[in-house]
Ligand binder design. Structure first.
Ligand code: NAD
Ligand code: DAU
Length: 348
C-alpha cells in the first residue's frame, strides 16, 4: 500500500487531483492536507469524503513542527504539493502571505521528506506543482519551454519561482527524487470566483459588472482543469526524476475576446437578449506589473509521456458553464461564506 500526501486538496486544482487519485487508486491511502484558507472548500470534494482510502488532515504547511510530526506519523511514500496562495491580485496586496505559504511551506515539506526518506529514495517521489508565471511575460511571439529562463514579475510568481528553485536545489544537493510541472491558466468546476472565468460567470448570473483590467488585450493559455489532473497523474507515475514538464492548453485567448465569448454563451443559456451580458463589461484600472502574454510549448510532455488535452476549449467551456449553472448552491455558499461551516459540520 502506498501512502500519498496531497497538499491543497480542498482548493480548485487539488480537489480534482484528490478525486482522481481516490477513485482511480483504491490501493493508495490518500491524505489531503489543507489549512482551509479562504480558498479551501471541503464542499469541493464531498463526493469522495467517505471513501475508505481518503483521509482529511487540517493543518498549515507553514508550521514546521506540525509537518515533521505528520511525516514521522504517516511515513508518506509520495507527495503531490499543490497548497499555495494562488491569486496574483492578493499577492500585490499581501506579498508576505505568499512567501510564508509558497516558499517556507514548500521548504517545510522538502525538509520533512528529506529527513523521513534519509537517502533511501526507492519508491519515493516529491512532486511540486507550479505555474508558467515563473517565466514572466511573452511578447507577441514565442512560447515558454522548459529551458526558458525564470523572470517572475508578481509577488505570486516570485514566490512560486523561489519554491521551484528550492525543489531543484534539494534534488541536486540531497538527491531528493522530485518532478516539477509548470502549467498555464486552468478553468473548470470548483474554481473560486475571484479568478477571471468563475468571477465573470457569477457576475453575469447576478447582472453585476465585468471588470476587465486595462484594455483587455492580455493573453492567457487556458487548460481544462480535468486535463491538468490527468497530466499530474501521468507525471507523478511516469515522469522522470529531476525533470520539469510544461503543461498547457495550446489555447491562447485575449481576455477581451474570451469575455465576449463567455457573454454570448451565457446570454444563450440564460435566455437573455443577445448583447445583454456584454453591456456589463467595464474597463477598470490595470493590474500593476500585468504580464502581457503566457503561452506554453507542451511538446515535451506530449512526446515523452503522450499527454495532450482531451477536450477542446469549446467543449471545456460548455461543461464549465453548465456546471456553474447547475451548481448555483455551491456558488451561493462560496459567495455568502457559508462554505466555511462545512468543516465544523463534518469533522468536529
Ligand atoms: P487554490 O487557491 O484554489 O487552492 C489552494 C489550496 O491550498 C486551498 O485549498 C488552500 O486552503 C490551501 N492552502 C493555502 N495555504 C495553505 C497552507 N499554508 N497550508 C495548507 N494548505 C494551504 O489554488 P489552485 O488554483 O488550485 O492552485 C493549486 C496549485 O497549482 C498552486 O500551487 C498553484 O500555484 C498551481 N497552479 C495553478 C494554476 C491555476 O490556473 N489555478 C495554474 C498553474 C499552477
Ligand atoms: O498562468 C497560471 C496562473 O493562472 C496560475 O499560476 C494562477 O494561480 C492563476 O490565478 C492564474 O493567474 P492569472 O493572473 O492569469 O489569472 P486571473 O484569473 O486572475 O486573471 C486572468 C486574466 O484576466 C489576467 O490577464 C487578469 C485578467 N483579469 C482578471 C480578473 C480577476 C481581469 O481582467 N479582470 C478580473 O477581474
Amino acid at each position: 500500500m502506498k501512502k500519498i500526501l496531497i497538499t491543497g486538496g480542498a482548493g480548485f486544482i487539488g480537489s480534482h487531483v484528490v478525486r482522481r487519485f481516490v477513485n482511480k487508486y483504491p490501493e493508495y491511502q490518500i491524505f489531503n492536507l489543507d489549512a482551509l484558507t479562504y480558498a479551501g472548500n471541503l464542499e469541493n470534494i464531498k463526493d469522495i469524503e467517505n471513501q475508505p482510502n481518503y483521509n482529511f488532515l487540517k493543518g498549515d504547511i507553514v508550521d514546521a513542527n506540525f509537518i515533521d510530526e505528520l511525516f514521522s506519523q504517516h511515513k508518506f511514500d509520495g507527495v503531490l504539493h499543490l497548497a499555495a496562495e494562488s491569486h496574483v491580485d492578493r499577492s500585490i496586496e499581501d506579498p508576505l502571505a505568499f512567501v510564508k505559504t509558497n516558499v517556507i511551506g514548500t521548504m517545510n515539506l522538502l525538509n520533512a521528506a528529506k529527513n523521513q526518506w534519509k537517502g533511501n529514495f526507492e519508491g519515493k517521489r516529491f512532486y511540486h506543482i507550479s505555474t508558467d508565471e515563473v517565466y514572466g511575460s511573452l511578447g507577441a511571439e514565442g512560447l515558454f519551454t522548459e529551458t526558458t529562463p525564470y523572470d517572475p514579475n508578481s509577488p505570486y510568481s516570485a514566490s512560486k519561482a523561489s519554491s521551484d528553485h528550492f525543489v531543484r536545489a534539494y534534488g541536486e544537493t540531497y538527491g531528493l527524487p522530485y518532478v516539477l510541472t509548470n502549467c498555464s491558466n486552468n478553468y473548470g468546476s470548483y474554481h473560486f470566483p475571484e479568478k477571471l472565468i468563475p468571477l465573470f460567470i457569477n457576475n453575469i448570473i447576478n447582472n453585476k459588472s465585468l471588470p476587465v483590467y486595462g484594455d483587455g488585450n492580455y493573453t492567457r493559455d487556458w487548460l481544462f482543469v480535468e486535463d491538468h489532473a490527468i497530466a499530474i497523474d501521468l507525471v507523478f507515475h511516469e515522469g522522470k526524476n529531476h525533470e520539469t514538464y510544461n503543461i498547457g492548453g495550446f489555447n491562447e485567448w485575449k481576455n477581451i475576446d474570451l469575455v465576449k465569448l463567455l457573454c454570448q454563451i451565457m446570454d444563450g443559456k440564460l435566455e437573455r437578449e443577445k448583447g445583454t451580458s456584454e453591456k456589463l463589461i467595464t474597463y477598470v484600472k490595470d493590474r500593476p506589473g500585468h504580464d502581457l502574454r503566457y503561452a506554453i510549448d507542451a511538446s515535451k510532455i506530449n512526446k515523452e509521456l503522450g499527454w495532450k488535452p482531451s477536450v477542446t476549449f469549446e467543449e471545456g467551456l460548455e461543461k464549465t458553464i453548465n456546471w456553474y449553472l447547475n451548481n448555483e448552491e455551491w456558488l451561493k455558499n462560496v459567495t455568502s461564506g457559508s462554505y466555511k461551516d462545512y468543516y465544523k459540520k463534518q469533522y468536529s
